[in-house]
Design a protein around this ligand. Structure first.
Ligand SMILES: Cc1cc2nc3c(=O)[nH]c(=O)nc-3n(C[C@H](O)[C@H](O)[C@H](O)COP(=O)(O)OP(=O)(O)OC[C@H]3O[C@@H](n4cnc5c(N)ncnc54)[C@H](O)[C@@H]3O)c2cc1C
Length: 401
């Protein structure tokens, strides 16, 4: 008779977007597996809605659910954190000290927000009109900051590190600019984009439209600059020049509203483990998502060391690849599935407008719809506002997409 101890055991570290959708998919595909999700958080967040919360078009309380209600039937949830990975012995050590062994491990612990890398930021975040959509409560505060804005300088930052959802720093800025315009504040306000990057968007097709959007709202752009300090009480943001043209230059900028996207990087538990690549992400083959040294280890989602834009959309395409390939490992077959680097960024460019960027590793557009997605469209806005949240809770997290 089949008992738990005889069943193959898949341990999934992290029960966010990637971890839960994989557990649900595996449960449907291979019901005899013993699937364990290790996840410390009592709540699960639909983070893509936080830009809409900040822009005042989505209720904050609809962006979370209780983790327990999302764990698929038949999947074991261990409410704990992975404290260390030991791939040589095929086990993980939990914060409680317990050891969990596995036949296959999937690492899906997300990305780390590095607020502390900006001096003074942690002290002032969530007050003094210093806001961010990178957090549940912060997204609610961002909405209040936009509503309370009465004109002046509104600065929107983007770091020079990888981030989850590369479009988010701009989405909230376009919503803010549209909001200020509709309230007649444009004439006495300046909306500014201070970015660590080199350009508005890495794919020309979409960038063309975004440049027009920037012109429409009269947004000023500054590239190769990095937010290094914030003095909330004096309302001063300090940036360092990091480009060839401005290296060593220091900019001290007064603000009336500051929206910060923090620098981001791999979680310590990954960076300090033998699984890490030279940048601290989980090393994986970019097509099979399998670890190059330990074939029974895979990575999925934001923590994977992939040259890709980190999004839930990317997770949606990576997840079945990991699922099928890990089943192949368990059954001693060659790997069958390959990921092409698909990612997507639904860039809200104003109330009722959205550009749906979709692309692969080669930055070639991989569009879903039979029309030019680089145009701003209400239908695509409706997709983001009404359809994607429903799909997330009802299909994606249930392993049905
Ligand atoms: C403001 C914002 C806007 C976004 N907009 C979009 C968008 O429009 N479209 C889109 O596709 N994507 C968007 N994203 C990105 C998307 O939310 C992420 O790419 C997606 O959640 C990645 O899934 P993940 O499972 O890798 O990480 P997460 O969903 O963040 O989950 C990681 C999980 O790992 C857990 N964890 C952490 N450490 C440990 C540990 N040591 N042990 C066990 N568990 C651990 C965490 O508690 C968490 O639950 C946005 C994100 C933000 C913040």
């Amino acid at each position: 008779m089949d008992t738990i101890s005889q069943r193959k055991k898949v341990v999934i570290a992290g029960g966010g977007n990637a971890g839960i959708s994989l557990a649900a998919f595996l449960r449907r595909k291979a019901s005899d597996l013993h699937i364990i999700v290790i996840e410390p958080s009592e709540y699960h967040y639909y983070q893509p809605a936080w830009t809409m919360v900040g822009g005042g078009i989505y209720p904050l309380e609809k962006t979370f659910r209780i983790t327990k209600t999302l764990i698929p039937d038949g999947v074991e949830w261990i409410r704990d954190k992975v404290a260390a990975f030991d791939p040589e012995n095929s086990h993980v050590v939990l914060a409680s000290g317990k050891i969990e062994t596995y036949d296959v491990l999937v690492v899906a612990v997300g990305i780390k927000l590095l607020w502390e890398q900006v001096q003074g930021l942690a002290e002032t975040l969530g007050k003094n009109d210093v806001c961010s959509v990178y957090g549940y409560e912060l997204a609610g505060y961002t909405r209040r900051c936009l509503e309370n804005f009465r004109g002046g300088r509104a600065l929107f930052t983007a770091p020079d590190t990888p981030v989850k959802c590369g479009g988010a720093p701009q989405k909230i800025m376009y919503l803010a600019a549209d909001n200020f315009h509709r309230r007649g504040l444009s004439a006495h306000s300046s909306v500014e984009y201070w970015s660590g990057g080199t350009r508005v968007f890495g794919i020309e097709k979409y960038e063309k439209t975004l440049k027009k959007v920037i012109e429409r709202y009269n947004i000023k752009t500054f590239f190769r600059v990095k937010l290094s300090a914030v003095d909330g009480e004096r309302r001063i943001a300090t940036f360092q020049g990091i480009g060839e043209h401005n290296k060593g230059h220091r900019y001290e900028e007064r603000f009336d509203l500051l929206h910060v996207v923090p620098p981001q990087g791999p979680p310590d538990v990954v960076a300090q483990s033998p699984l890490a690549d030279d940048k601290g992400w989980v090393a994986v083959d970019k097509h099979t998502l399998q670890h190059p040294r330990w074939p029974n280890v895979f990575a999925l989602g934001d923590c994977a060391g992939l040259p890709v834009s980190r999004t839930g959309a990317a997770v949606r395409k990576q997840m079945p690849v990991v699922a099928h390939n890990l089943l192949a490992v368990l059954e001693g077959r060659p790997l069958t599935h390959s990921y092409n680097g698909y990612s997507s960024c639904p860039i809200i460019t104003g109330y009722g407008r959205l550009v749906l960027a979709e692309f692969d590793y080669d930055l070639q557009p991989q569009e879903t719809f039979p029309f030019d997605q680089s145009k701003e469209r209400w239908t695509m806005y409706a997709l983001k506002r009404y359809i994607l949240p429903w799909l997330y809770w009802n299909k994606i997290l249930r392993g049905k997409m």
